[in-house]
Design a protein around this ligand. Structure first.
Ligand code: FAQ
Length: 326
C-alpha cells in the first residue's frame, strides 16, 4: 500500500471505532500528537502530587490524612500508567521526563497555584478532580487503545478523589462561620484556574480539530468546560457558597449557564512558566528525581541480577544438545 492508502485505511478504522494498537500503522503526526498529549498528562499527574502533598502532614484528622495519602499515591500511579502508555508509541520514559524537568514540556496550568489552607484540599478534589473527570471520561473512548484503557482505571480513581474533596467542602460549609468562609475563599481562588484547565477556546486551540478527527479528543475544550460549569454550579448551590462570577446566569434558551470571560492572559502567563508556583514545582520535582537516582539504579541492578539468574536456570533446565557419535 502507498502512503495515501495506508492513511485512508487508518482513518476508516478510526471512523469505524476500531481501536488503533501499538503495532498498527499510524500517521507520524498521530503518533506525535499522542506522545505530546499523553506525556503532558503524565507530567500533570506527577506535578499534581505537590500541591496536595503539601498538606499530608497537616491534615486535620487521621481519616483525612489516610484519604489524602491514598489520593496522592493514586496520582503517582496515574503518572506511571500514562508513561507506560506513551512508551508503547516508541518513546523512552527517560526522554519524556528529561523534557519536562530540564526542557520545556508542558503540564497542566492548575498545578502552579498554591494550596494556602486545608479548604484548598477540598477545593482541589471537588473542582480540579471534577474538571479532570469531565475531560478524561471521553478519553476512555480515545482511538488509541493503550491510552483509552489506562483512562478507565484513572477515571474510577478520580471519581473517588472528587467525592473526598466535595465531602471536605460539605463538612466545612456545615461547620462554623469561619470554616464556611474558608470554603468560600478556596472556591474564589480555584474557580477560574479550574475553568482554564480545559485549555484555550476552540477557536484558539490549534490541536483540537485534527485530534477530534482522529478521535483522540471526543469533545472540544469549550464543550467540556460548559459541561463542567453546568454540573458544578448546582453543587455550589448545594454547599451554599457562591461562584465568584457576576456574569453567571442560567440561559433558558441555550439550556446552559452563561459565564463571564476567562483571563486568558493569566492562563498563558502560567503556561509559559510565570505562575505563582512554576519555579517551585520544577525545583521540587528535579530534587525528587535526582535524589531518587539511587533507587532507580538499585532497581535496575536487581532486575539485571534476576535476569542473569533466570538465564542460568534456563540453561541448566534445557542444556544445549551435545553431538553424539555412535
Ligand atoms: N495547561 O490545542 P490545545 C489532573 C496547551 S490531570 C497547560 O487545546 P490539546 C489529575 C496545550 O498542551 C490534568 N497547557 O491542546 C489530577 C497546547 O500546547 P502544545 C491534565 C495547556 O492538547 C487532579 C496548547 O496549550 N489533564 O488534573 C492547557 O488539543 C488533582 C494549545 O492547546 C490532561 O492532560 C493547560 N490547562 O488540548 C492530578 C488530560 N491546556 O502542546 C492531581 C489530557 C492547553 O501545543 C490532583 N489532555 N494547553 O505546546 C487533554 O485533554 C488535552 O491535551 C487538553 C489540551 C484539553 C489539556
Amino acid at each position: 500500500m502507498n502512503a495515501e492508502q495506508l492513511e485512508k485505511t487508518f482513518q476508516d478504522k478510526v471512523d469505524a471505532e476500531i481501536r488503533i494498537e501499538p503495532r498498527d500503522w499510524m500517521p507520524e503526526a498521530y503518533r506525535k500528537t499522542l506522545i505530546r498529549q499523553i506525556s503532558q498528562h503524565a507530567h500533570s499527574e506527577i506535578v499534581g502530587m505537590l500541591p496536595e502533598g503539601n498538606w499530608i502532614t497537616r491534615a486535620p484528622s487521621l481519616r483525612r490524612k489516610v484519604a489524602l495519602l491514598a489520593k496522592v499515591q493514586d496520582e503517582a500511579g496515574h503518572g506511571l500508567y500514562l508513561y507506560s502508555a506513551a512508551e508503547t508509541l516508541g518513546v523512552e520514559r527517560e526522554t519524556l521526563i528529561d523534557e519536562y524537568l530540564y526542557g520545556n514540556a508542558k503540564y497542566s496550568s492548575i498545578f502552579n497555584y498554591p494550596t494556602l489552607n486545608w479548604a484548598d484540599i477540598g477545593a482541589i478534589g471537588w473542582l480540579v478532580d471534577g474538571a479532570a473527570i469531565m475531560n478524561q471520561v471521553p478519553l476512555c473512548r480515545c482511538s488509541y487503545g493503550p491510552y483509552a484503557r489506562a483512562m478507565v482505571r484513572i477515571c474510577k480513581e478520580e471519581s473517588f478523589h472528587q467525592r473526598q474533596g466535595y465531602e471536605i467542602m460539605l463538612t466545612l460549609c456545615r461547620g462554623s462561620e469561619a470554616q464556611k468562609a474558608m470554603a468560600q475563599d478556596a472556591l474564589n481562588r480555584w474557580w477560574w484556574p479550574s475553568l482554564m484547565m480545559f485549555g484555550p477556546h476552540d477557536s484558539d486551540s490549534p490541536h483540537s480539530e485534527q485530534s477530534m478527527k482522529w478521535k483522540i479528543k471526543r469533545l472540544s475544550n469549550d464543550e467540556l468546560r460548559q459541561r463542567f460549569v453546568d454540573v458544578t454550579v448546582e453543587q455550589a448551590h448545594f454547599l451554599g457558597i457562591a461562584i465568584p462570577d457576576p456574569d453567571l446566569r442560567w440561559n433558558e434558551e441555550r439550556g446552559h449557564y452563561d459565564f463571564g470571560p476567562i483571563n486568558w492572559a493569566e492562563f498563558w502567563d502560567v503556561v509559559k512558566g510565570n505562575g505563582p508556583c512554576n519555579r517551585d514545582r520544577i525545583r521540587a520535582r528535579r530534587k525528587a528525581h535526582e535524589e531518587g537516582q539511587w533507587v532507580r539504579d538499585a532497581a535496575m541492578a536487581y532486575a539485571e541480577k534476576r535476569k542473569a539468574r533466570q538465564t542460568a536456570a534456563e540453561a541448566v533446565a534445557s542444556p544445549t544438545p551435545v553431538a553424539t557419535y555412535s
